[in-house]
Design a protein around this ligand. Sequence first.
Ligand SMILES: [Zn+2]
Length: 301
Amino acid sequence: MSRRAATPRNIYVPKGPSTWHEQFAVAANGQRQSPIDIVTDKAVFDKELSDNPLKTYYSNNCCQSVTNTGASFQVSVDGEGTEISGGPLGDTYKLLQFHAHWGPYLQNEGSEHTVDGVTYPAELHLVHWNTKYKKATEALDKPDGLAVIGVFLKRGKEHAGFKQITDLILKIPGKMNKAEIKSNFDPGCLLPARRDYWTYLGSLTTPPLYESVTWIVMKEPIEVSVEQLAALRTLLWETNSGLDKMFNNYRPPQPLQGRVVRASFTSGSCTSCIMARIPTWAWGALSVGLGAVAYTFSQMA
Ligand SMILES: [Zn+2]
């Protein structure tokens, strides 16, 4: 793998994620690649997660602009005044940006994570970086460098908060088009009311696929309208036949490689009851082990 390898102009078409290993070996031989299929029966309730809830603080003036990156939209954030901690996080993380992945018109594919094989039409990613590092670029490839909150989008009623973003997306069809966010916007409005989540150690889902992400995938989706999903597809990207509507900008689930997915909530199944009795030191040992494996790997890569 070469971290200096140039990223293709469009990483999703025409060849797509199945060819990423040609430039980024970790795509094929990584130990903690993302996304994954979350098998709910195998997710293990961890009482420490419910005892120490995930805390999220966002300010309503931290979001600066929305850009068409050629692979998604991206809202750039001034992390000052934003902070997440608790739950699976041993440190404090700041919001860096958020973006999404989505599928075709009226289809249910588009999310990167799947739940028992079920996909959603889209998935939001709020990307945070660990403030124990001096800057986000330094955190990017560290095993504990990033924390990404994933939120599934499902079709339903219009989302008033997200409308502020989708209205701006309509103004940035071309790659690197950018719109300033001039009025207050609190990214916390994109989180579901219920904060139940699954968490596991994974990676970026786009090249260079660094294995640096603590994933926090919200169980409850948020509702957005068909029109708001359609707004995402007004973004254009480069294809072999010229500019075209942007969709199917997602990576499919990757092998779990023995990783444990923890849940912040009980599902009520007996498996969860039994697993909840495993002492907390055992979980600590397990995550330290996974971290060490990832760290070793990142040094080798
Ligand atoms: Zn993403």
